[in-house]
Design a protein around this ligand. Structure first.
Ligand code: NAD
Ligand code: MG
Length: 286
């Protein structure tokens, strides 16, 4: 089922879905919901596209109402909300910048107001800028990674926590790069490792409250992040995405969706502080 991806690039982050060749698949038509998240209310950052959209559509099919936070990709967000609503659930799109705590507070408030509460938070909005040499990373680029990938996860979670209760779940999208390192993604990998520390420590802090905190660490996945990060440096690197995994391919967003369902639902009630490695077969230590 290897995906044929031609060389390509998108000039700016965040990238968008509609110019990706081929278009990504976020949920399989034959995926059957079984009410695993019936009546739950979820907030997913970066939920307009890619892995976040996959989580959003799987949550909706499992019975959850879903709010998505995104930066500025209005068309992608509109389409995600349309697809959530097509599952018979409520969808809410919230545009703004997770680097600002005031926006994160507001996004959580609007979600609670629209849905009457909040049960599941997915921290997933992220940026990734490729740099082959550490000395080429400017203060601004380094700080941008920290602001979105680390501070954004903190701001959203801090705002959400007062609304969460026994049975609630927090899921952080980390990356294989937190574990394996990546010679071209030092700043990014640093933030993805920070997210792991955040996940594990918060899991310990919240264990006695019955609020679970886990991570998903994807390997290479076909999302707008790829042509808008690797593609800027080398369009051929996009075509080669995932060829170095044991399965010799990249994953599709739909292949991540059920992991988020598992970590959000009661099926994982004895699991906290853990990481699901969905990466095409690379064995991870740690
Ligand atoms: P994506 O481009 O679809 O999603 C990233 C989202 O982050 C965007 O939709 C954008 O709206 C949001 N975002 C970026 N900056 C923001 C800001 N300042 N404020 C609010 N939102 C902002 O790409 P994706 O690959 O689905 O990325 C989702 C997560 O998956 C990221 O955390 C990424 O690090 C992680 N990840 C991706 C891969 C992969 O191969 N695609 C692998 C490992 C981890
Ligand atoms: Mg997007």
């Amino acid at each position: 089922m290897s995906l044929a991806i031609p060389p390509q690039s998108q000039a700016h982050q965040p990238g968008v879905e509609k110019v990706m060749k081929p278009l990504a698949v976020h949920i399989r038509p034959e995926y059957r919901g079984s009410g695993k998240l019936a009546g739950k209310r979820a907030l997913i950052t970066g939920g307009d596209s890619g892995i976040g959209r996959a989580a959003a559509l799987h949550f909706a099919r499992e019975g959850a109402d879903v709010a998505i936070v995104y930066l500025e990709e209005h068309e992608d967000a509109k389409e995600t909300v349309r697809l959530i609503e097509a599952e018979g659930r409520k969808g809410l799109a919230l545009a703004g910048d997770v680097r600002h705590s005031a926006f994160c507070n507001d996004a959580v408030s609007k979600t609670v107001e629209a849905f009457g509460g909040l049960d599941v938070v997915v921290n997933n909005a992220g940026v990734q800028y490729v740099s082959l040499d550490l000395t080429d990373i400017t203060d601004e680029v380094w700080q941008h990674h920290m602001d979105v990938n680390v501070n954004g996860y903190f701001y959203i979670t801090r705002a959400a926590l007062p609304h969460l209760k026994n049975g609630s779940a927090i899921i952080c999208t980390s990356s294989i790069n937190a574990f394996s390192g990546n010679d071209s993604l030092v700043a990014y990998s640093t933030t993805k490792a920070a997210e792991m520390g955040f996940t594990r420590s918060l899991a310990l802090q919240l264990a006695d409250k019955g609020i679970r905190v886990n991570a998903v660490a994807p390997g290479p996945v076909w999302t707008p992040l790829q042509p808008s990060s690797w593609g800027v440096v080398d369009p051929q690197a996009v075509a080669d995405l995932g060829k170095d995994t044991p399965m010799a391919r990249c994953g599709e967003p739909w292949e991540l969706g059920a992991s988020y369902v598992y970590l959000a639902s009661e099926d994982s009630s004895f699991v906290t502080g853990q990481t699901l490695h969905v990466n095409g077969g690379k064995v991870i230590n740690g």
